[in-house]
Design a protein around this ligand. Structure first.
Ligand SMILES: [Zn+2]
Length: 171
């Protein structure tokens, strides 16, 4: 649902010079392949005349940390796009991640293409690397690792800005 309201100093459409209105709506942000997250109440602009739309997503860094924090806490084995997301979040190449996890080079690409599930130890070690990277380790209870079960479905996440403007997982 788009709720558009007129604002002072509305811009002009860069496409057709028509009037542009602003509003907020839920926005699907793709992250890896078909997998992505839903963001609540993102500011959008839409040209009244030609329909050209723009989306502005603020605080992308904290948003990615929020997604990573939710992924490392999921109770099912990491799915292929989540492995890719966490590797990129660490700013690692596939080869570097393989070294860090102590696995053979091609393993990482097999996990990321979904040809092979990530092993249970590598799954947990990858999560731990992300927790350390984001300085989240002291806010994480390692007991959560005990409940990780099989599973190949990526997490479905909706995030919204909290009162401080940070992205938080919507209840
Ligand atoms: Zn336009």
């Amino acid at each position: 649902m788009i709720k558009l309201h007129k604002r002072e100093n509305d811009e002009i459409c860069s496409e057709c010079a028509g009037p542009v209105r602003r509003g907020r709506e839920n926005h699907r942000l793709p992250l890896v392949g078909d997998w992505g997250v839903t963001l609540e109440g993102v500011e959008i602009t839409q040209c009244v005349r030609c329909g050209r739309r723009g989306v502005s997503i603020e605080r992308l860094g904290p948003l990615m940390r929020g997604v990573a924090a939710a992924v490392v806490r999921k109770p099912a084995r990491l799915a292929a796009p989540e492995v890719t997301f966490l590797r990129k979040h660490l700013e690692y190449t596939g080869a570097r991640l393989a070294k860090a996890l102590g696995v053979k080079g091609p393993s990482v690409s097999r996990w990321e293409t979904g040809r092979e599930p990530i092993g249970p130890s590598a799954d947990r070690l990858l999560r731990a690397l992300v927790l350390i990277h984001d300085r989240e380790a002291d806010r994480f209870d390692p007991v959560q690792f005990e409940s990780i079960e099989e599973g190949a479905t990526p997490i479905r996440l909706t995030l919204r800005r909290d009162s401080k403007g940070n992205w938080a997982v919507a209840a």
